[in-house]
Design a protein around this ligand. Structure first.
Ligand code: FE2
Length: 310
């Protein structure tokens, strides 16, 4: 410790931080890529592959357009099994309905956390508003462990008013807590197997956000707007529509310069299981995939018929 005390103050602070916490370094930054999905929705995919440093997360799509031709075709009836889909709307509305009889509209600021489990057939249809055509939202897919792939499906519809927002560091940092806990404030989505943390973070210019991440947990950030340095190397100002994948460590440290930044920060406990993935169904083996598609064809896909309303 003596060595630390003879350093300059700035170095001292950094040094103490480094000793107390291992700051996660950026593994890679990736621009999201234009993709067509559903019945012809034009979106940007931040990731959509099994990277071990993203496990348990499988996919992140960014829908962002003010041209209804880009999204109005929507995602008509389709199945899911073995995963959770988490839809977060920033602007516009998405109407949904499912094989269990649930239905409703996900509005700006709302979250829909859908656990497909053993199987659900649903549709997700963006609605057109002639006065305000902007549609902006995200869909994240989280994998389920083998032990829960065939659990009963469930929906959690969370309204914007249920999502707590906390201010840190004299209002320089604002965090909406969708899932997880920050400064003793718990997000509304709880009891999820992979223990995910899902935060929507805004940092003012010339400010800093340091946040602990569970040991061994994987974490990524996805920049919505503005720019920031996402680790203490400060080599790259990361800008909108860019994914930041982190290496292991204890905390993430994000610094802004002249601009503010807004980003999603998502972490979870890796499953470290084999992934067998085809389209909307993600299982552990090819045989489980074959059975799932066979059941979908012959009408025995849905295992849980009772109405489930969160
Ligand atoms: Fe879906």
């Amino acid at each position: 410790m003596n060595l630390i005390f003879i350093r300059q103050r700035d170095n001292y602070v950094t040094e103490v931080l480094n000793i107390m916490n291992k700051i996660r370094k950026i593994k890679v930054t990736l621009k999201s890529r234009p993709t067509f999905e559903g019945a012809g929705v034009r979106l940007k995919r931040a990731f959509g592959y099994a990277d071990s440093s993203l496990d348990p997360f499988l996919l992140l799509d960014d829908f962002h357009s003010d041209d209804p031709r880009d999204y109005i075709a929507g995602f008509p009836w389709h199945p899911h099994r073995g995963i959770e889909t988490i839809t977060y709307m920033l602007h516009g509305n998405v109407e949904h309905g499912d094989s269990l009889g649930n239905g409703g509209v996900i509005e700006a600021g709302d979250i829909q956390w859908m656990t497909a489990g053993s199987g659900i057939i649903h549709q997700e249809m963006p609605k057109k508003n002639n006065k305000d055509t902007l549609l902006w939202g995200f869909q994240l897919w989280a994998n389920l462990p083998a032990s829960h792939k065939m659990m009963d499906p469930r929906y959690r519809d969370i309204k914007e008013s249920q999502i707590p927002e906390i201010s840190l560091d004299d209002n320089k940092v604002k965090v909406k807590i969708i899932s997880g806990i920050l400064n003793g404030v718990k997000g509304p989505v709880q009891d999820i197997i992979t223990d995910p943390e899902y935060l929507d973070v805004t940092i003012s210019p010339n400010s800093e956000f340091i946040h602990p991440i569970g040991e061994g947990y994987n974490v990524f950030a996805y920049v919505i707007e503005g720019e920031a340095y996402f680790d203490d190397n400060k080599e790259e100002l990361v800008r909108k529509e860019t994914l930041v994948i982190y290496r292991d460590g204890d905390v993430v440290k994000i610094n802004t310069d002249k601009e503010k930044v807004r980003f999603l920060l998502v972490s979870g406990k890796p499953l470290k299981e084999r992934v067998a993935w085809r389209g909307p169904i993600v299982m552990n083996t090819d045989e489980e995939l074959r059975i799932a598609f066979e059941e979908y064809q012959n009408g025995t896909f849905i295992k849980y018929q009772k109405e489930v309303i969160a």
